[in-house]
Design a protein around this ligand. Structure first.
Ligand code: PLP
Length: 394
């Protein structure tokens, strides 16, 4: 078979590979970064579809503009202006999930073998997208406040095309980069104005502690050189991932290339999804829904933190996530993570091994545990089972 050179760079997602196991209702899954499905706004969706006027339904079922349905794009533009983005210098493209943003930005900036930076660990879905364009990923390590600045400075010497960062409720690390660290990050990046920053804010609305709100303001809203930043976010965690809608805020001067790049990937983002998101948000239901998600996910986060503290062996460490979906735990060195994963899978509880998120596929003692799609009682059962298996291996 005469596959392209890029095929050899493909990096399969270890999480997608686990989807089958996770679909088994008897398995307790801390694996996927999935919203709680029993929380989906099903009744609202049924009502919105039932009440949608015929003319709007026609639009919803038709092909649409590359940058999104005009009413929705305009609405999002106003909302983003309210959130502090300068929408005179930037434009919005509604995308088919935010995964598409990673593909658009890669297509715009990467030639095969080009270096780009990501945080290390990094969300494997995004890393997979960059790799599929032949990216040479260089990881920048994190500490409890986010990207380590001295590491960033070193990595920038490698002449990267862009840097991908998830400063708020990082996947998998669960961290929120502090405001001070963000400012230091921007200061360093300002010395490299030709290195684009891709700021991924998939979880920014899902904060569980008010105290973190000042830290998590998107950098693009206050960076002196905000034109260096492409921002993206998603409706996947605050509405529905099956709808496949996200958006990017991109400087005017890059807009045209991005639009053409998207055109070559799909004709348009599903218009029905956009119409429903627009209706849901416009009528105030989205804000109420997100508030209810914050309360429920906080309960699940608290349950997971409490159970880990209670049941996991001494030597386990983690930073309590103040938002998002993930708890990133470092397990005692004595535990063989591969063996633990095998034994836990057999018992019917799954998580993701840290190696899946290593920028360079290096083995490590971490596990990513998602608390979003499991209720507190089941979280306790799953954590107890994991703890029992851990103790057997020590
Ligand atoms: C940090 C981050 N970015 C992007 C995505 C992709 O989301 P979607 O393509 O569903 O918008 C995810 C999904 O888990 C994520 O965790």
């Amino acid at each position: 078979m005469k596959f392209s050179k890029n095929v050899s760079c493909f990096r399969p997602s270890p999480i997608r590979a686990m989807m089958k196991a996770v679909a088994n209702p008897n398995v307790i899954s801390f694996a996927g970064g999935m919203p709680g499905e029993e929380l989906f706004p099903v009744q609202d969706l049924k009502e919105m579809i039932a009440e949608m006027p015929r003319k709007e339904m026609d639009t919803a079922l038709q092909y649409g503009a590359t940058d999104g349905l005009p009413v929705f794009n305009k609405f999002l533009t106003e909302k983003m202006q309210e959130r502090g983005f300068d929408m005179t210098k930037n434009r919005i493209i509604v995308t088919t999930g935010s995964t598409q943003v990673m593909n658009i930005v890669s297509k715009l900036f990467l030639d095969n073998g080009d270096t780009m930076l990501t945080e290390d660990p990094v969300f494997c879905g995004s890393a997979g997208a960059f790799c599929s364009y032949g990216a040479n990923i260089v990881g920048v390590k994190l500490d409890e406040e986010g990207i380590i600045i001295s590491e960033l400075e070193k990595a920038l010497e490698k002449n990267p095309k862009f840097i991908y960062t998830t400063p708020t409720f990082h996947n998998p690390a669960g961290l929120a980069m502090s405001r001070k660290r963000r400012e230091q990050f921007l200061e360093v990046m300002a010395k490299h104005p030709d290195v684009i920053i891709l700021e991924d804010d998939a979880y920014g609305q899902l904060y569980y502690d008010e105290s973190v709100k000042n830290d998590i303001v998107p950098m693009k809203t206050y960076a002196k050189n905000e034109q260096q930043i492409i921002y993206c976010s998603s409706f996947s965690k605050i509405f529905s991932p099956g709808m496949r809608i996200g958006w990017m805020i991109i400087p005017n001067e890059m807009y045209e290339y991005a639009e053409i790049a998207k055109q070559s990937m799909d004709a348009c983002t599903p218009c029905l999804s956009q119409m429903l998101a627009y209706e849901f948000w416009k009528t105030g239901r989205m804000d109420r829904y997100i508030a209810s998600l914050r309360a429920e996910y906080k309960r699940r986060r608290d349950a997971m933190v409490e159970c880990i503290n209670k049941y996991f062996p001494a030597g386990t460490s983690f930073v309590t996530p103040q938002g998002g979906f993930f708890l990133w735990a470092k397990l005692p060195d004595a535990i063989d993570i591969d063996k633990l994963f095998e034994n836990c899978s057999e018992r019917g509880v799954v998580f993701v091994k840290g190696i899946a998120f290593s920028a360079t596929y290096e083995n490590n003692q971490h596990v990513r545990m998602s608390f979003s799609n499991t209720n507190p009682e089941t979280i306790e059962r799953g954590i107890k089972m994991m703890a029992e298996e851990m103790k057997k291996l020590m």
